[in-house]
Design a protein around this ligand. Structure first.
Ligand SMILES: Nc1ncnc2c1ncn2[C@@H]1O[C@H](COP(=O)(O)OP(=O)(O)O)[C@@H](O)[C@H]1O
Ligand SMILES: [Mg+2]
Length: 275
């Protein structure tokens, strides 16, 4: 079953340029899919089109089998949750609790259910003990975790992260990546993560690479990272482990084709013990 089906989607902000140029792709339900591509390639625009925040020029968008059109707009919007880049732009409440409650209040969730929902979702992102704190006093990573809890509380089917880790320090980045992986493992949510983090891409189920408003490549991380020529064309990097493997291969040491350092280190230990 496909969570997202996009076919021949076209969009322009104005008459001077086609921002999204006839793209087609699909995202498997329950998958963790990453979208990569350099700045200005159209990634955020795609996210906003999917969430019904921008109106397409032509083409089709289907979410959970439902056509995105005016009639279904409310249903579609409640299916999608987005976490944006800047943790400071995502706060409305004066405490973490108020902030997570905000979306629920807008959806008229009864007060007596609210506490349970807030506690459950604060727990999922390990922020339970900060519920009564002011969001301004949290670290970037903690702020993004609260933003994720707020989005999860709305029970979306599709969760979009638009460079949600890019403004965080290394520790914050790790915290958020762990939370995303955990949500993927423990729920049936479909995750779409726009990222420049090559390790995150290596750990995802599927990759979509955008270039200049088009889809340049799509497939598993293995498939995408294997096409070095194409990657160079669109100026995308490969995981460090693959660079190491290439360097070792040129010296006659073949240690396979691992996307993560863990895999490579394991193989190297094996190689060493066999010598
Ligand atoms: N609100 C806007 N109005 C006009 N042009 C925009 C707007 N937002 C983005 N663009 C342009 O659309 C293109 C794609 O932008 P965007 O989707 O933000 O790319 P990405 O997220 O991949 O960096 C860029 O050329 C950008 O300048
Ligand atoms: Mg963007």
């Amino acid at each position: 079953m496909k969570a997202i089906e996009v076919s021949h989607l076209t969009f322009a902000y104005d008459d001077t340029k086609t921002t999204i140029d006839d793209i087609s792709f699909s995202v498997e339900e329950g998958s963790y899919t990453t979208i990569v591509g350099h700045n200005g390639s159209g990634k955020s625009t795609v996210a906003k089109l999917l969430a019904g925040l921008l109106e397409k020029k032509s083409g089709e968008i289907k979410l959970g089998g439902l056509d995105l059109n005016m009639k279904n707009l409310t249903a579609i919007r409640s299916m999608i949750g987005i976490v944006f880049q800047n943790p400071d732009n995502q706060f409305i409440g004066s405490t973490v609790r108020d902030d997570i409650a905000f979306g629920l209040e807008n959806h008229c969730v009864p007060q007596e259910q609210m506490d349970d929902i807030i506690n459950l979702n604060a727990g999922k992102v390990k922020m339970t003990k900060y519920l009564d704190q002011e969001p301004t006093r949290l670290s970037g990573g903690q702020k993004q975790r609260v933003a994720i809890a707020g989005v999860l509380a709305m029970k979306p089917k599709i969760l979009i992260f638009d460079e949600a880790t890019s403004m965080l320090d290394p520790q914050g980045k790790d915290e958020i990546k762990k939370v995303i992986t955990q949500i993927h493992e423990e729920s049936s949510l479909t995750i779409l993560s726009i990222t420049h983090d090559i390790d995150e891409v290596a750990n995802s189920d599927a990759v979509i690479a955008m270039n200049n408003g088009k889809i340049a490549m799509a497939g598993t991380p293995h498939e995408v990272f294997s096409d070095e020529k194409k990657l160079k064309e669109i100026q995308l990097d490969i995981p460090f482990s693959m660079k190491m493997q290439g360097a070792l291969k040129r010296r006659g040491v073949n240690v396979g084709n691992h996307l993560t350092m863990e895999g490579l280190v394991k193989e190297l230990c094996q190689y060493n013990s066999n010598m």
